[in-house]
Design a protein around this ligand. Structure first.
Ligand SMILES: CC(C)(COP(=O)(O)OP(=O)(O)OC[C@H]1O[C@@H](n2cnc3c(N)ncnc32)[C@H](O)[C@@H]1OP(=O)(O)O)[C@@H](O)C(=O)NCCC(=O)NCCS
Length: 134
């Protein structure tokens, strides 16, 4: 499942963020964030942070999610700094992963723990027991 959120000023879309939830039984505890973008003229006003907070809050409402992952070009320092601020940590590096023109860029894999135990809160199961995943 894919959720696309837009930031708008009046009728103008000025930013977006996408959040996906895997359907596969073995991976449905992982959410991913991508296509995070604010139009250059509107940057530095808090719109990016608001979009990111919105996406993380959306992920946190899904009780099955254990972690949220994203991939970012390590040169995108504003984004990397922002991700760290909201609790993402670098868990891996993909060297020479992206090619733009002749230049190769390293992508960082960043993750944020959401519900590390993966347990379903008691109030949502009625008995507090975690059902084994199929
Ligand atoms: C990353 C991006 C979405 C941030 O959007 P934004 O609306 O400018 O972000 P905000 O205004 O909420 O700023 C968030 C933080 O970044 C800082 N920041 C914003 N623009 C900056 C700049 N040009 N240089 C340095 N810091 C900057 C802000 O000061 C703020 O820091 P703070 O929380 O310490 O105050 C935007 O820069 C962008 O679209 N970049 C290109 C695409 C990209 O890198 N996407 C991420 C790919 S995974």
């Amino acid at each position: 499942m894919k959720n696309v959120s837009f930031a708008t000023l009046g009728d103008d879309p000025v930013g977006m963020i996408v959040c996906t939830f895997n359907k596969s039984a073995k991976f449905k505890h992982i959410a991913e964030i991508y296509s995070f973008y604010v139009r250059p003229a509107y940057r530095g006003r808090g719109i990016g942070r608001a979009l990111l907070d919105h996406a993380v809050a959306r992920v946190m409402r899904k009780y099955r999610i254990v972690k949220v992952r994203l991939y970012v070009n390590e040169k995108q320092r504003t984004a990397v700094k922002m991700y760290k601020k909201v609790g993402f940590a670098t868990v891996g590096r993909l060297e020479k992963e992206m090619k733009v023109g002749r230049r190769l860029y390293t992508m960082l894999i960043m993750e944020k723990a959401i519900n590390p135990s993966g347990s379903i809160p008691k109030e949502q199961t009625g008995h507090g027991l975690l059902k084994p995943s199929p």
